[in-house]
Write a protein that binds this ligand. Structure first.
Ligand code: NAP
Length: 248
């Protein structure tokens, strides 16, 4: 018998093979949830799952309708019910100046960050709502402080992350009657493989501008996600929570 505030809950996490998604799987499992770790990189998702007690891995491309539908079916089959918690952490960057940005890079970022969040939310919410007694749930989306800072070179990424905030607000209004809360987190600069490709000079500038004088750790985002996933956040809905060390 598992204990913890999320005992008896099932969590489906995208982007679970790396960074914030992997840290989120660990902390939700620490709090007692069963985990479905989904990533387009199956091997990475398996590495996340194998460290945890009750966890399975599956391959998923969030930008593909068919792939997401298949993931819902497999997730429900795994524990004979829909997940209670969905975390949309899969995301990519393809930075470039606007005048040089290939259309394909705009489309790729849009398809993963915004279309992917839409597809996963829509298909999993349908399964959650179809459960008996509409037992509710929590959906947490990953936006970014870049949605508010609007960095040069990130027209594609910033637009999708701003879109995630609006999407989250609409979903929170539509799903409230099903007792499904929908919130998003806006991380600052977090030490993950996504940020590893950012030039050192830019990272130094960011650290200097951050009042806490350092980058964040994946666990520092995952703790906020775990809070939003739990009943401790029972009246938090439609929120966009900055977790940036004070970086604006
Ligand atoms: P990460 O370490 O790069 O992890 C993202 C994971 O998502 C990777 O395993 C990636 O696989 C996977 N992924 C990419 N495209 C996918 C798809 N189509 N379907 C399924 N999985 C896919 O990134 P992170 O730093 O943990 O970021 C997690 C989320 O937080 C992202 O949405 C990101 O935009 C957001 N965020 C991060 C930061 C930060 O500073 N790190 C700041 C603000 C917001 P591949 O490795 O194969 O691409």
């Amino acid at each position: 018998m598992t204990s913890g505030i999320l005992a008896g809950k099932i969590a489906f996490v995208t982007g679970a093979g790396s960074g914030i998604g992997r840290a989120t799987c660990r902390l939700l499992a620490r709090d007692g949830a069963k985990i479905i770790a989904a990533d387009r990189n199956l091997q990475a998702a398996e590495e996340t799952a194998k460290e945890l007690n009750s966890a399975v891995a599956l391959q998923l491309d969030v930008s593909s309708d068919e792939s997401v539908k298949g993931a819902v079916a497999r997730a429900v089959a795994q524990w004979q019910q829909a997940p209670h918690i969905i975390v949309n952490s899969a995301g990519i960057t393809r930075d470039n100046y606007l005048l040089k940005m290939p259309t394909a890079d705009f489309d790729d970022v849009f398809n993963v960050n915004l279309r992917g969040t839409f597809l996963v939310t829509q298909h999993f919410a349908r399964a959650m709502i179809a459960e008996e007694q509409q037992r509710g749930g929590s959906i947490v989306n990953l936006s970014s402080i870049v949605a508010r800072m609007n960095n040069v070179g990130q027209a594609n990424y910033a637009a999708t992350k701003a879109g995630v905030i609006s999407f989250t607000e609409v979903a929170s209004k539509e799903f409230g009657k099903f007792r499904i809360r929908v919130n998003c987190v806006l991380p600052g600069y977090i030490d993950t493989p996504m940020v590893a490709v950012v030039p050192d000079k830019i990272k130094e500038q960011v650290v200097q501008r951050c009042p806490l004088g350092r980058m964040g750790k994946p666990d520092e985002i995952a703790e906020v996600i775990a809070f939003l996933a739990s009943e401790k956040a029972s009246y938090v809905n439609g929120a966009a929570i900055e977790v940036t060390g004070g970086l604006k």
